[in-house]
Design a protein around this ligand. Structure first.
Ligand SMILES: [Ca+2]
Ligand SMILES: [Ca+2]
Length: 238
């Protein structure tokens, strides 16, 4: 069941993962604790609240950190230049990435258009432990209803795709949908049928051949005679 959560969603503290999906620990500013997405005038404003203040530079110049709104603007998990990436974005197919980046002491906001394979600068605002990213429907091909997952990623090797170190995502499973000014949480759609109904179906299918065998056996069975003596060998009298 989907559920409307207004605009804000609270994410657990201390739920960082490594690239193998194992729990790990890291800097507090990697840990999402709340996300918000609102429509303000003609723009969207996404806010990520973290468990620690956003740094102005990384401790090591090879570290790359990004705080993202990953958008599935056509609400189709099968369309994405990235392909499916359930580790990071669960069950959506990302078409646009809206993010704040930090590499060394360089910090900037941008949007990546996956279909055009192009980057554009966007307004970003950082205050203590909060990041605000502003974009417009025109930036995402006019989409006013879209699915999304919020992501924080820390990479080594200046952000090389195979150098992922730590990440956090909200939600942990499923995704959010932004529609008519509200954010709705949509749980992951299971590939398996509903288990109780599935078991009932399996039970019915299994019983049908048993019933058929019993009916056939009953039809083949010879009727019993009421004159039991006719079934016994005749004994002649002497
Ligand atoms: Ca978190
Ligand atoms: Ca898509």
């Amino acid at each position: 069941m989907s559920s409307v959560i207004g605009q804000s969603y609270i994410d657990p503290r201390g739920d960082l993962l490594d690239k193998n999906r194992n729990p790990t620990t890291g800097e507090p500013y990697l840990d999402i604790i709340e996300i918000t997405l609102v429509s303000s005038g003609s723009e969207y404003v996404g806010t990520i609240k973290l468990d620690g203040d956003v740094p102005s530079k990384t401790a090591d110049p090879s570290i790359f950190i990004e705080w993202d709104f990953m958008l599935d603007t056509d609400k189709n998990p099968n369309t994405s230049p990235w392909g499916r990436a359930p580790l990071l974005v669960n069950d959506i197919g990302v078409d646009y990435m809206v993010r704040l980046c930090l590499l060394g002491d360089d910090r900037w906001g941008e949007i990546y258009d996956g279909l055009k394979n192009s980057f554009y600068g966007i307004d970003s605002y950082v205050a203590d432990n909060q990041i605000k990213l502003t974009f417009s429907p025109e930036d995402i091909r006019g989409s006013t209803c879209f699915d999304f997952v919020v992501l924080v990623r820390k990479y080594g090797n200046k952000g090389a795709p195979d150098a992922l170190l730590i990440f956090d995502k909200a939600p942990g499973e499923g995704h959010f949908r932004f529609e008519e000014g509200s954010v709705t949480y949509i749980p992951r759609v299971s590939a398996l049928p509903n288990l109780p109904n599935f078991l009932i179906l399996v039970g019915v299918v299994a019983v049908i051949p048993v019933i058929a065998i019993v009916i056939v056996a009953l039809l083949k069975r010879k009727p019993k005679s009421n004159n039991n003596h006719r079934d016994k060998p005749q004994v002649s009298c002497k």
